[in-house]
Design a protein around this ligand. Sequence first.
Ligand code: ATP
Ligand code: MG
Length: 580
Amino acid sequence: MLLRMSTLFLRTLREDPADAEVPSHKLLVRAGYVRRVAPGIYSWLPLGKIVLENVARVVREEMNRIGAQEVLFPALLPRDYYEATGRWTEYGDTLFRLKDRKGADYLLGPTHEEMFTDMVKGEYSSYKDYPVTLYQIQTKYRDEARPRAGILRGREFVMKDSYSFDLDDDGLKRSYEMHREAYIRIFDRLGIDYRVVFAMSGAMGGSASEEFLATAPTGEDTFVACRNCDYAANAEAVVTTPPPVVRTEQPAVRVLDTPNTPTIETLVDHVNEHFGLGITAADTLKNIVVKVRTPGSDKLETLIIGVPGDREIDFKRLEAFLAPGVPEIFEAEDFARHPGLVRGYIGPQVLKSLGIRYLVDPRVVEGSAWVTGANQPGKHAAHVVAGRDFEADGTIEAAEVRAGDACPRCGHPLSIDRGIEIGHIFQLGRKYADAAGLDALGPDGKPIRITMGSYGVGVSRAVAVITEQRHDELGLVWPREIAPADVHIVGTGKENQIEVAAQLAETLESRGLRVLVDDRAGVSPGVKFKDSELLGLPTVLIVGRGLAQGVVELRDRAAGTKEEIPLAEAVDRVLAAAQA
Ligand code: ATP
Ligand code: MG
């Protein structure tokens, strides 16, 4: 492959795009790899398209290696498949729905479990046919609430999705393990720095689902890791260890005058000063009201969540817990409709009589005593005991997870980091096979219900993630396997230098390298150098002023090193760098 910048469809920009916040977005736009069409919708220009294909190739090779077979489904799908599993509705506002000219309902596929299940059902019938794993690399559509960061979170994006079909649980575990290993190879080859973390609560069976998170300060996912054992989990999946129940004899509930205590801090100070209770924020019970929308209905349920006052609600944990229900802010007009709820002074003592569902953080154990709202303006109540003065309808994992919290497995303190989800492996079980009635005829003539796994890699997201992790103030820094070319040969200045650069390019191409040559006439050396730094190819060869003395300059983009070498050695040195 030989690309010539004199004709390459490429324009680099000196300025960051106005809407870009994260480095990958800024750099991929500035370097002319992608262009924005609409929020979360991007076009790929030649260099970007090559990088995207390189990522897809790595994914494809590793999927083929585990015996997965590639197919391709349409993105435009009729409603009935998704109706049968309830996802037409459950997907909520994230699903792109549309109608054809006859008024029939269609959707743009956000993920394809239903379609793969149906395809396997159509082709296979005997237990002898199984197991099978199918995959595709295809465009997905999700009307994300917060499309952001360019191609990191798109509304149209490229995903590799695969699905395994097995006769029994052991088979599913094997398919899952094979995917796990394939994903490790994929992300290692892509040069991504990542962690494998639990994606589901341990209560749901440990390794039933894991995420591959690329570590990045700009990441939207928060994950915890234990420094003592190997436990690591997405914050959404962290299960709180309830403290032991210590029953101390508690006095009866006492209502306290607490004027001008709008925050937990002022409340704690006030009750300690005026009533000598000696409490901290962790002894107060804060009650947050939300309304929960059920997708596909207008029904809004009022829900109150009780958490210790030293913790905030983590909205992502709340969303994950309530899904497919969608939590919304409880507004002033909602309070107006619920006169029983005294804003700022809500206590759980009255919620049963109001008929409002109340879920508490697992730290609110039976017998624990709290300072909480007294359901009267300006008043709080002390010695409010769980199980005595109020009854919760259950627990909820919605409180923020903090560094230093106890590891659910070994009790040591957890650390917290941020990451970007690049892959997800999931033992689905029989949900979709049940919906589609996917059975294999067993050796005894009895049907066997198939069990499934589903596995995703964010192919377009990976391009942004690699950029996010590898760049400097000058531009992109591609790992060789993904780079749009192995070497960037820059001919500066005189015609002769450009000519030699072009010759070197042809020679290196004939030796099997992928080459980009800057053969533009009338472009200053400074601009060419800036472009080569911005474009980020692993090896750069400068054919410039030194040519008169028979020397060229070899640069390593990642290491930032420069070396003058004899022209006669240039081809061998670039080849050696490419093989290193
Ligand atoms: P997220 O939590 O980031 O929204 P998800 O859990 O909804 O992702 P999955 O349904 O597990 O995503 O999809 C599989 C993979 O597809 C993800 O691991 C991610 O790499 C990628 N992906 C998901 N949503 C997007 C998006 N909007 N843009 C780009 N890639 C995406
Ligand atoms: Mg996921």
